[in-house]
Design a binder for this molecule. Structure first.
Ligand code: NAD
Ligand code: LMR
Length: 329
């Protein structure tokens, strides 16, 4: 298949030589994310990763993708982000067994300020940014604080993996196919405090109602989804990679090509919706309006939902206070 080079998309991926990059880049290069456009990739890496990225670029070339235009390896952020339409910020350290994602806050947080600044200075003004590196919400808040001139909703963090995990758990419980479910919500932080919420969930368009019992929801479903990352680390020995890449593909494909459902879960800087303080990057149900994520309004929250949302927001505020104290925002 011949794809003309008149319809191009420039895409930066940081941490391109890591576990997630090794899965993500192939899904981007095969045309899944940006549709019928030729993709020019910038692989942004540091240190040892720069040499490994050369190998990744060689393998991408050897895959002979019709949608792949070029692959460049960059260490300099301004060169890496120059004129990009999309930036996927993965590069950072993953947690190990027994650690929480917030334990990475100070070490990884330092990476994201300079990236936010360089994005604002070098990327296209309509660049769409997804932060994957953990702790993803607060790293995205750091990017947003430094990306002067970009609109807050251009900077997102990934909770689509939690959203997908939640759908998969319910599908298994109800013995239905995951594609029959919609209207899942993940509120809050990509952390153990997150609130996967089935209140609005629909099966083939109809409310799921009381098909899911409360004891299962509170004692099994919520903690299982919220701690799935740690469970993967325990069982696989490394943090999730292919499923994380797949969720990044879902997030960016939907953003660039539209969604076929009413909403999905996206973490973005709060505008005060649902009482979440402005500025912190919180996961909400979001729809796409004119190519931009917009928080779904008007959902009535029960006391239980309010309590869970408040708890995860309190953790986000604490994380934000920590990065403020460290001078990262
Ligand atoms: P990895 O260690 O395999 O790869 C990380 C890569 O980032 C390395 O190649 C490293 O050289 C590079 N890197 C480090 N600092 C960099 C910088 N300043 N600029 C550019 N590149 C840099 O890790 P991984 O498994 O690919 O995970 C990456 C991150 O994604 C981790 O923080 C992990 O916790 C996070 N993650 C998030 C989610 C999510 O749902 N939000 C899911 C899975 C993993
Ligand atoms: C995940 O949810 O799998 C990732 O955030 C990795 C982790 O540290 O759990």
């Amino acid at each position: 298949m011949y794809v003309p080079d008149s319809n191009i998309v420039n895409v930066a991926v940081t941490g391109a030589a890591g576990q997630i990059g090794y899965s993500l880049l192939w899904r981007i290069a095969n045309g899944e994310v940006f549709g019928n456009r030729r993709v020019h990739l910038r692989l942004i890496e540091v240190g040892e990763g720069l040499k490994a990225a050369k190998g990744v670029a060689m393998e991408l070339m050897d895959s002979a993708f019709p949608f792949l235009g070029s692959v460049k390896i960059e260490e300099d952020l301004h060169e890496g982000f120059r004129d990009v339409h999309a930036a996927i910020l993965v590069g950072s350290k993953p947690r190990g067994k027994g650690e929480e994602r917030a334990d990475l806050l100070v070490a990884n947080g330092k990476i994201f300020g300079p990236q936010g600044k360089a994005l604002a200075e070098a990327a296209r003004p309509d660049v769409k940014v997804l932060v994957v590196g953990n702790p993803a919400n607060t790293n995205a808040a750091i990017v947003a604080a430094h990306a002067k001139g970009l609109a807050p909703q251009q900077i997102t963090a990934m909770t689509r993996l939690d959203h997908n995990r939640a759908l998969a758990q319910v599908a298994e419980r109800l013995d239905v196919h995951v594609s029959e479910l919609s209207h899942m919500i993940v509120w809050g932080n990509h952390s153990a405090s997150q609130f996967p919420d089935v209140t609005e969930l629909r099966l083939n368009g109809h409310p799921v109602g009381n098909k899911l019992d409360e004891a299962w929801l509170t004692d099994e479903f919520i903690p299982r989804v919220a701690k799935r990352g740690a469970e993967i680390i325990e069982v696989r020995g490394h943090s999730s990679a292919a499923s994380a890449a797949s969720s990044a593909v879902d997030h960016m494909r939907d953003w660039f090509q539209g969604i076929d459902t009413e909403w999905v879960s996206v973490a973005l800087p709060s505008d005060g919706s649902y009482g979440v303080p402005e500025g912190i990057v919180c996961s909400f149900p979001c729809r796409l309006v004119d190519d931009q994520w917009e928080i779904v309004q008007g959902l009535q929250l029960s006391d239980f939902q309010r309590e869970r949302l408040d708890a995860t927001v309190a953790e986000l505020q604490e994380e934000f206070e920590t990065v403020k104290r460290e001078g990262l925002v």
